[in-house]
Design a protein around this ligand. Structure first.
Ligand SMILES: C[S@@+](CC[C@H](N)C(=O)[O-])C[C@H]1O[C@@H](n2cnc3c(N)ncnc32)[C@H](O)[C@@H]1O
Length: 185
């Protein structure tokens, strides 16, 4: 399994800051509020938001430190959020999940491109029909083209729900949000 290198960063609470405004807006408006699988949920900045918005959430990460912090807040607030320490690269996308969230999990750097491409293809192919794939990734025209070419190239019929940028004030940058609903295989 990948090493939990983020444990050291998670000594700082809310290491990644608050959820992006664009992510908040999308999940606030989206209906129905179903079951979200947050792959690589970290300290739970998104999982906690989603739980508070009324979604049922499963967060998966290799960092027990991050999950412990998230679980304490889940307990305090009584949210419908569970977690598992697992490797997302082999975590199955069961039909019970209505939405799958990947936030800052894909970068498509040269050394990772094959692994990450195979990963997103597996997630996309296991996602049920009617399921929604939500990817948030640091802005970059080449990586955005790559994910679009990859997902569209699979021959799946996707409805594009969002293809736009959102600010990320905590890190003074901009993120690309690409949210697709699977219409058919
Ligand atoms: C950049 S952080 C993003 C965290 C969270 N999605 C967010 O945006 O706040 C990446 C997270 O993915 C986790 N991660 C990386 N590789 C993983 C793997 N193979 N399996 C499970 N979690 C992994 C790390 O532990 C870390 O918490």
């Amino acid at each position: 399994m990948t090493k939990p290198i983020y444990d050291k960063y998670y000594k700082k609470k809310k290491y990644f800051g608050e959820p992006y405004p664009g992510l908040v807006e999308f999940f606030k408006d989206y209906e129905p509020k179903g079951y979200v699988l947050d792959l690589g949920c970290g300290q739970g900045r998104d999982s906690l938001l989603l739980g508070r918005l009324g979604y049922k959430v499963k967060g998966v990460d290799i960092s027990q430190v991050g999950l412990d912090q998230m679980n304490q807040i889940v307990l305090d607030e009584g949210l419908d959020v569970t977690s598992e320490v697992e490797d997302v690269y082999s975590f199955p996308i069961l039909a019970e999940y209505d939405l799958v969230l990947l936030d800052s999990m894909l970068h498509f750097y040269q050394g990772d491109i094959k692994k990450e491409t195979d990963f997103i293809k597996r997630v996309a192919s296991e996602l049920k029909i009617g399921g929604v794939l939500c990817n948030f990734m640091v802005k970059g025209p080449n990586r955005e083209k790559h994910i679009k070419d990859t997902l569209v190239g699979m021959g799946i019929d996707w409805e594009v729900l969002r293809d736009q940028y959102t600010d990320y004030p905590a890190f003074n940058t901009s993120y690309h949000m690409y949210i697709l609903k699977k219409k058919s295989n």
